[in-house]
Write a protein that binds this ligand. Structure first.
Ligand SMILES: Cc1ncc(COP(=O)(O)O)c(C=O)c1O
Length: 475
């Protein structure tokens, strides 16, 4: 006889879930409505949140009322508010309303998009949304693709494919360690590229020494002639070049590498071209800006982060590839228990990258794209650039302030004419002001302040306030 004592076991009852879901919707809507009542950066000491939380998990379940009250009191006021319109640091990573709704719906379904059979509509929606995005960005039909979590993983997957494309190396089968006959592998990228390139090199056995940083011009763009020289010099010394990573929208200044010229070098040298357009790729949504990206349509692989300048809730990174078969050959390992009947030309997405289990990211993108339309995204991006250019004009016109880089998209790098320490003090003052959050970087050895606009909630008033607080900081 089966004992029925535990018949109350199970998930949260549907009625309780329904009521709680309404409350969570209210909490989120209130948060978004009142964002500006918070300081962008919380005024807290490291470790203070942890020490206020119980050190051990509860033995018995607790009422949801208590949990939500703690969320409101202990978590929300003590986070850095990425959604705040005064968050002008780094690159914006904003969750727009329709994207949040998509996340909620995806959470309810919990579809794991490994292969078609266990995720048919999620797989086919991903195929469709990837194709929509490709077209929205102005890229040719030759590209296929998928979503990953981050640009770091999209780039890692691409560099594994690049290594695989070097057929004589046979890295998938034989590995690369302990084979001196192969020569050491080399990847080229600019001195301004993101650390994720080096991280990928660490993972795939190229190592940090295997990444050769190519010098940049006065506008922080990779110099193609220096790239050619480096490749030839390396070949002469026994290195084995496999890939070039160009950047569209570098992390410090958003400079745009001359991808067309770099693509020509890659063709001549037989090297894989990966384009890190994690930030700048979104510029393809604006037809009159596409000429700034020219050449990326010649790449072997491209990453564009939808969770950067496309307002997708974290995370959603679009990875596009010209030769899907190379990715599939590099990664596919179908265990016996995962074999399914032939599903035609649909994708079993786990075979194209590192991850087996994958989130259903296409749903939020589908909702967002239908809600805003391509033109809705483009209009917002144009507005962000208009705000950034207004800020750049104020800097240019002000005595004692200097803009230190061009503004190809919506980010301004500048400094006060004083020491690095003085500029660091200014940043501290601004970030303590509550309403504005800026970041810093280093260019040509100098400490530099940085302001970017990438949040649809940011208006001219916020950028004006930023400039006002900066001026207060030097009085
Ligand atoms: C140019 C560039 N590439 C890659 C990344 C890494 O992005 P992710 O956090 O999605 O890995 C960043 C992050 O800001 C970036 O600026």
């Amino acid at each position: 006889m089966i004992d029925d004592t535990f018949k109350e076991l199970g998930d949260m009852p549907p009625e309780e879930f329904r009521e709680a879901a309404h409350r969570v919707a209210e909490i989120t809507a209130d948060y978004l409505e009142n964002l500006e009542s918070y300081s962008v950066l919380p005024d807290i000491e490291p470790g203070s949140v942890r020490s206020a939380l119980p050190a051990t998990a509860p033995e018995r379940g607790e009422p949801l009322d208590d949990i939500l009250a703690d969320y409101q009191e202990m978590i929300v006021p003590k986070i850095t508010h990425w959604q705040h319109p005064g968050f002008l640091a780094y690159f914006s990573s904003v969750a727009c309303g329709p994207g949040i709704l998509g996340e909620w719906l995806a959470g309810g379904l919990n579809s794991n998009v490994m292969f078609w059979q266990n995720a048919p509509s999620s797989t086919e929606l991903e195929e469709t949304v990837v194709s929509w995005l490709r077209q929205m960005l102005g890229l040719p039909e030759a590209f296929d693709g998928m979503f990953t979590d981050t640009a770091s993983i999209s780039t890692l997957n691409s560099l594994v494919a690049a290594r695989h494309a070097d057929e004589d190396l046979a890295a998938r089968q034989r590995g690369i360690a302990g084979r001196p006959e192969t020569g050491r592998l080399r990847i080229y990228t600019s001195a301004e590229s993101h650390s994720s390139i080096e991280k990928a090199a660490i993972v795939i056995g190229v190592g940090r020494e295997g990444v050769r940083k190519i010098e940049v011009d006065e506008a922080f763009r990779m110099k193609p002639d220096a790239l050619v020289r480096a490749i030839r010099e390396d070949r002469g010394r026994g290195w084995r070049p496999i890939a070039v990573v160009a950047t569209l929208g570098t992390t410090s200044t958003t400079s745009l590498d001359p991808v067309d010229a770099i693509a020509t070098v890659c063709e001549q040298e037989g090297l894989w071209l990966h384009v890190d357009a994690a930030y700048g790729g979104a510029a393809g949504l604006v037809p009159e800006w596409r000429s700034r990206l020219v050449g990326w349509e010649r790449a072997d692989s491209i990453v564009v982060n939808a969770h950067k300048w496309m307002f997708a809730p974290f995370d959603a990174s679009l990875l596009l590839f010209r030769r899907p078969a190379v990715f599939r050959d590099a990664f596919s390992l179908v265990a016996e228990y995962m074999k399914t009947p032939d599903t035609g030309d649909t994708h079993n997405f786990n075979e194209y990258g590192v991850q087996l289990g994958r989130r259903f990211r296409a749903l939020k993108l589908w909702i967002m794209i239908r809600y805003f339309g391509r033109e809705g995204f483009a209009a917002r991006l144009r507005e962000h650039r208009r705000l950034a250019l207004a800020f750049a004009e104020w800097i240019d016109a002000a005595p004692c302030w200097t803009r230190v880089a061009p503004v190809p998209l919506a980010c301004v790098c500048f400094r006060f004419d004083g020491s690095d320490e003085k500029n660091a003090e200014i940043l501290e003052y601004v970030n303590r002001s509550g309403g504005i959050y800026l970041s810093s970087t280093r260019l040509r050895g100098e400490y530099v302040l940085r302001m970017q606009v990438g949040n649809p909630r940011t208006k001219l008033d916020h950028v004006r306030r930023c400039w006002k607080v900066l001026q207060e900081a030097v009085q």
